[in-house]
Write a protein that binds this ligand. Structure first.
Ligand SMILES: Nc1ncnc2c1ncn2[C@@H]1O[C@H](COP(=O)(O)OP(=O)(O)O)[C@@H](O)[C@H]1O
Ligand SMILES: [Mg+2]
Length: 317
């Protein structure tokens, strides 16, 4: 089988994607797959036309690789790709759209408002900020509506922190999401869908060093001291089967395919709230998805090969 691993790209998460791409390529090669490592750049289309591959495995993070652009180009060119379709990627990557779909399906997600930067300019930032605090309360979180790797995400504990947090989010895009801050534990649930059914991967409890946010550095610097604990079904503190079922439901409601990672955070009252679903989860040495694969006794290359093969089977439309 010949697979093009698409990694790199021009997003803020290029470095992470390059690391993910290298890892997936090595794992696939160990399975005897003929791998080509493709960047998403100006030469992408000519590579696509010049090379015969059976499938593409997209490990781009942020931007074009997660918002459905790369998937759309692959679909136009008739190249099967692992993971969600371009349409599903687009709505999952837009946190405001994804949250609305989850809420409509009865899935708990932190209360939120999404606003473009122009609103703050046109109506006056101070007045809009006051409304946000009066309506959503404190503490809050501000983040870009489309983004990833915690870039532009700020935890806002006081009203005075709201304005600079919005400025930070707007440096990543024109829309900001302002949502209630969940103060309970953080859990990421890796999802693997094989032949239409879900493989039970164990949720991972993410614990940062005291008082530290789960930011870019915490996520990708192995020395950041973040603790990842695989939760077993019989865990005394978490209803792990319910968390796994919730992640599978999110994957379904958002129309995802193959693989995803569902980020969940508990509210102070113990409710599991869904923050987002990542359609091309990180595959680096510190990433949760491959950690859970290894923990389940599965081989990353074998799983990526299966996902690539599954992509070549025509989907019912
Ligand atoms: N509503 C929230 N309450 C508490 N923490 C949050 C909230 N939203 C985001 N965070 C923190 O910020 C991190 C990144 O946010 P997330 O929405 O998953 O965006 P992304 O991973 O795409 O950057 C989360 O893993 C979590 O640690
Ligand atoms: Mg996340």
């Amino acid at each position: 089988m010949r697979v093009a691993v698409v990694a790199g790209g021009l997003s803020h998460e290029r470095d992470v994607s390059v690391r993910s791409g290298r890892r997936v390529s090595d794992a696939l090669r160990r399975q005897g797959v003929a791998v080509e490592l493709w960047d998403f750049d100006v030469a992408f289309l000519s590579r696509l036309q010049a090379h015969e591959v059976d499938a593409a495995f997209v490990v781009l993070h942020g931007g074009a690789g997660e918002n459905g652009t790369v998937q759309a180009i692959l679909e136009l060119a008739g190249v099967p790709h692992s993971g969600a379709t371009s349409h599903a990627c687009r709505s999952a990557f837009d946190k405001a759209v994804a949250k609305a779909r989850l809420a409509e399906a009865g899935i708990a997600t932190p209360a939120w408002t999404a606003l473009p930067s122009a609103t703050f300019r046109d109506l006056g930032a101070a007045a809009v900020n006051d409304l946000l605090v009066a309506s959503l309360g404190l503490p809050l979180v501000v983040k870009p509506v489309t983004g990833g790797s915690s870039l532009g995400v700020t935890l806002v504990d006081t009203a005075a922190e709201l304005a600079p947090a919005l400025v930070a989010a707007f440096s990543y895009g024109v829309d900001a999401l302002v949502e209630r801050q969940m103060t309970g534990a953080e859990v990421a649930v890796p999802v693997l869908e094989r032949a239409g059914s879900f493989v039970p991967l164990q949720p991972v409890l993410v614990e940062t060093a005291a008082g530290q946010p789960y930011d870019y550095q915490a996520r990708y610097d192995a020395s950041s001291g973040v603790r990842y604990t695989h939760l077993l079904d019989e865990d005394p503190d978490f209803d792990v089967p319910a968390l796994r079922a919730l992640a599978a439901r999110v994957h379904e409601v958002l129309g995802l395919r193959g693989l995803s990672r569902v980020d969940i955070r508990f509210d102070a009252d113990g409710t599991a709230n869904v923050l987002e679903a990542a359609v091309t989860p990180g595959m680096t040495e510190t990433s949760i998805w491959p950690m859970a694969i290894a923990r389940a006794g599965l081989d990353l290359g074998q799983v990526c090969l299966e996902l690539s093969r599954a992509a070549t089977v025509p989907q019912p439309s």
